[in-house]
Design a protein around this ligand. Sequence first.
Ligand code: ADP
Ligand code: MG
Length: 782
Amino acid sequence: MAKNRGELMYIPLLIEDFIDEVSHFLNDYNALIEFVEDNFKRLDDPLLNDPEVRSKLQDFYNYIIDMRKLPEKRIMKRMKYIPGMIKRFKLAHLVYKVEKIGNLKPLDTPIKYIKGVGPKRSQKLKKLGIETLEDLLQFFPRDYEDRRKLIPLSLLKEEDKVVTKGKLTSIEKTKRGNLTIISAVLSDGIYQLLLKWFNQDYMENILKTFLRKEVYVFGTVKRGFYGALEIQNPEIEILKDNVREIFPIYSLTEGLNQNVLRGLIKDNLHHVYNYEDVLPDDLKSKRELLDIYEAYTGMHFPKSLFHRKKSRFRLAYEEILYLQLAFLYSRKKTEQIGGISKRFTGRFSQQLISELPFTLTNAQKRVYEEIKDDLKSEKPMNRLLQGDVGSGKTIVSELTLLDNYEAGFQAAVMAPTSILAIQHYKKMYNDLAKFGIKIALLIGATSTSEKSRIKNALKSGDLDIVIGTHALIQEDVYFRNLGLVIIDEQHRFGVEQRKELISKGKVVDTLVMTATPIPRTLSLAIYGDLDVSIIDEMPQGRKPVKTFLVHQSRIEEVYKFVRSEIENGGQAYIVYPLVDDSDKLTVKAATTMYESLSNNYFKDIPIGLIHGKLSDSEKDDIMYKFSKGELKILVSTTVIEVGIDVPNATVIVIENAERFGLAQLHQLRGRVGRGSKQSYCYLTVGDVSRETWERLEFFASTNDGFKISEYDLKLRGPGEFLGVKQHGLPEFKIADIVNDAEIMAIAREDAKHIIENAQDYEYLLNKVKEIYKEKLKLLEIG
Ligand code: ADP
Ligand code: MG
């Protein structure tokens, strides 16, 4: 253990780094002995001031070195104990918790009544979102600075961010124009380092009190003007070991500095004893979790990087575990209500399969089997069907509808737009009516008399399947025996809407479908109460859509290409971007372009216009003509974004593509490439930034919706990626639903265990119910 200056020539080594290194040699005792012998003397750590730490380390040293004299067998035995020794050492000495001192103020105490805060400061804290004592405790650092490594002057290197020490030997003040420079020299007797402060006149007096004393200096080493090393604007303190710590760095606001905030939190951290440590011991030891007090302490003032890591893990795990418990608990409740085990032979669905002009992909067959098992099971189905655009989800839903019908139940299918609802209605009418199934369409535009006919028929059981939009939940619709709910493009709906439709039946099987492929961890965080089936295979013979990025100025070349595709028998979409939220301008943009295109470039080609401001019957009329090939070009806003299926369309032009998110572009591009012909997607862009160009280039380089999602997620973060409003994305303080995949998986596993053994975890479960009261209500509507 380094002490005197001569030995400081070794690059200093922190205890935790030493221990981590040791762990690498557990299979090779010769290497281990050698490592310990060579590196023990490098140990230099503020924790060595603790006599207990010193003696334990010395014992450890002896334990290892003494192995030299032992026979192989006994060495092997000793080696086996080392991992346990290390673990115990870390938990005992690299982790700590604040003391429980003084009176505990309640967590909801307004911040202005907290020690060290007055009315003025409380205003500033408010800006940071800190209004109560609890907010303060949960105001976690945005970063940390490790100031434990003491680097001797002789070993300083440029760009190192270091703590170093020496004696302050001289101070000098110079002026250059209106710049005041205070410089000082730090020396260890042989080596020297220049320190400089710019325009900080007050430093002069402080430094004078430090003159000829041993000090610590913290900052980033730079190469100075004359080639010597220096640190500019360093922090400097008299030699005391508490300077060598891991420093929390908080987000700040004007008039609040790090020291104030740090001090405030330090002075109040003992109030964490308001919290109860709810996690049971068996989980804690299985997952090696810190207790909650150690964890809060370690988030703010970690004793080691080990402490910091473990603290974050503990708190993130806890958050995720609670959420998963809430999901699984609510699911168990619905399962307890019980489902109906549906009985069917599959004769209708088999017939439809045999009449298809294609064979199902293996992925379609697999997910259909999963769904059938659900229908037959006593438990209600809660399944999410994920499959990239064009992967063929609709046919799977049709087969499900047939089996449900054969079992004697009604069904409802909900889609986010009327265009899509109409398309589904036509397709399903075409595929299913021949089995004697009675199907109706219910959308906003449905006439009042037709609506009341449908409602009566649903109530009396004269209708078997209703297909519609939000109208299905807005209207007072009742069913005689609703047994199945299918929701297409589920990401466009909120949890509430899903639940509302489901609540129209007593025991309903639910299938929700989405083309937004979300990474598994995310789906666990958001759809934790759903089983997931994935269609991970495209129908045979599909060719990936070729995507090109072109500058607006070359639009005529694009139109020329569109023309040649149409001459070859294809059809095209030309899409205009969302100009503003009101949709008015977008409609105008599309309308203007429609007029110009139909009067100029495409004068001789039948061309249609579709946008959200048209009535449903007008939309229907246009889509009908386009799907029959009477219209060759469809000029459109984003109303065609989801679900539209016209396999003969082979080219889509998306203008001002920079205005769209990647997920949206992917959906739009999915309108083509639905048949066996090669399809094309042109993205035209204005003068855009390099980032935007790169984003679009990435998009053009792949057809894989999963890759696009991941990229998008990284770029925009989960909130924006999913649209927080629609999803009720869980609000975590610490956990990160994108990056904590590993924690998500183990918390899910533990949550399952807990729910299955609920009698042993009553206390924890009651706590979770308390925390998730509102959320659970929502989840339990069904
Ligand atoms: P999505 O998953 O995007 O909803 P659809 O269900 O609309 O996709 O299917 C896209 C197109 O692929 C439709 O025209 C459909 O008839 C066709 N299709 C579905 N399954 C297959 C298959 N196994 N082989 C060939 N074509 C298929
Ligand atoms: Mg679809």
